[in-house]
Design a binder for this molecule. Structure first.
Ligand code: HEC
Length: 147
């Protein structure tokens, strides 16, 4: 009886240490890649709302960033990165890992399709919402809701 309690305490201590030894580096890295995607999506978002004029080169560069970063992101949610480092990642990510990483694959595919079809403002206006729709859809399901 006593022995099992001691084991439990030892286990709890081990788990607590484990929580401290979270993979903070990988959390920092994914946040930074996401931050970059967020920044690059800002101007195309304004172009969508016609707040600034359409500029194909800016959109093209934004799509490049999205493609490059979203390709790296699936690998940046290992089991030891569920908490710590002010992460906003929800546990649902690790319960639906394939569905989650599939969304990054889809984002990459949609961004590539948009890039291939950036002829004019009308093509942009049709393609961009398909790219950006991936962002909000995933955040709703897998990221802590902002207050
Ligand atoms: C497959 C799911 C998924 C997709 C697709 C996705 N995100 Fe996210 N995003 C997340 C998750 C999860 C977090 C929280 C990461 C964390 O805090 O560890 C996040 C966080 C962010 C952040 C905050 C980063 C920080 O500094 O904490 C920004 C900005 C962001 N995403 C922008 C975007 C944009 C822009 C797109 C689309 C071009 C996008 N995301 C697509 C899942 C996704």
């Amino acid at each position: 009886m006593h022995r099992s309690i001691i084991t439990l305490i030892a286990l709890a201590a081990f788990t607590a240490t484990g929580a401290i030894a979270q993979n903070l580096e990988v959390i920092k890295e994914r946040k930074s890649l996401l931050e970059q995607m967020g920044k690059s999506a800002k101007e195309p978002g304004k172009m969508m709302k016609q707040e600034i004029p359409f500029d194909a080169a800016t959109v093209d560069a934004a799509l490049d960033t999205i493609i490059a970063n979203a390709s790296k992101l699936p690998a940046l949610f290992p089991e030891d990165s569920k908490s710590g480092g002010k992460t906003e990642a929800l546990p649902a990510i690790w319960e639906n890992k394939d569905e989650f990483t599939g969304r990054y694959d889809k984002l990459v595919a949609d961004a590539k399709a948009a890039k291939a079809n950036l002829g004019d403002e009308f093509a942009f206006m049709e393609a961009w919402p398909k790219v950006a729709g991936n962002c909000g859809g995933c955040h709703k399901k897998y990221r802590v809701e902002k207050k």
